[in-house]
Design a protein. Structure first.
Length: 123
C-alpha cells in the first residue's frame, strides 16, 4: 500500500513539474514572439514591400502576409482542413514562383534563417 502511494506521489511530481521555466531571450525570443510570416519569405530582385504584398494578395495570400487560408472549424475533420491548407499553400508557392519570387527558408538545425540579413524586407 505504501509503495503504491509513493508511486502515485512520484507520478504527480512528474506531471506537475518543479516550476521549471526556460528563459528565451535575444534573437531567439524575437523570432518566437514576432515570426516572419510565410508571405514575407518570398523575395525577388527589385521588389518592394508593396509590390510583394500586391503579388501575394493576387496569388491568394492574406493581407497580413499570412497564408490567407480559413481558420479550422470544429465540424470539419482535421484531415480535410489540413489537406485544403496544403493545396492552398502549394498554389501560393506555384503562383509566387511564376512571378519570379524565391522562398527564403527559416532557421533549421545547423542552418541560419535566410531572412536574418534583412533580405526579406519585413515588416
Amino acid at each position: 500500500m505504501m509503495i503504491r502511494s509513493l508511486g502515485y506521489g512520484v507520478i504527480v511530481l512528474i506531471l506537475v513539474g518543479c516550476n521549471t521555466q526556460i528563459a528565451v531571450t535575444g534573437a531567439a525570443r524575437e523570432r518566437l514572439v514576432h515570426p516572419t510570416p510565410f508571405g514575407a519569405r518570398w523575395v525577388k530582385e527589385g521588389m518592394t514591400r508593396e509590390s510583394r504584398k500586391a503579388d501575394w494578395g493576387a496569388c491568394g495570400g492574406g493581407a497580413d502576409m499570412g497564408d490567407g487560408f480559413r481558420h479550422w472549424m470544429d465540424p470539419e475533420t482535421r484531415k480535410s482542413y489540413f489537406d485544403g491548407l496544403d493545396r492552398h499553400e502549394r498554389q501560393l508557392s506555384t503562383c509566387m514562383q511564376s512571378k519570379g519570387y524565391d522562398y527564403r527558408n527559416p532557421q533549421r538545425p545547423g542552418k541560419p534563417d535566410e531572412c536574418d540579413a534583412g533580405g526579406c524586407l519585413y515588416p
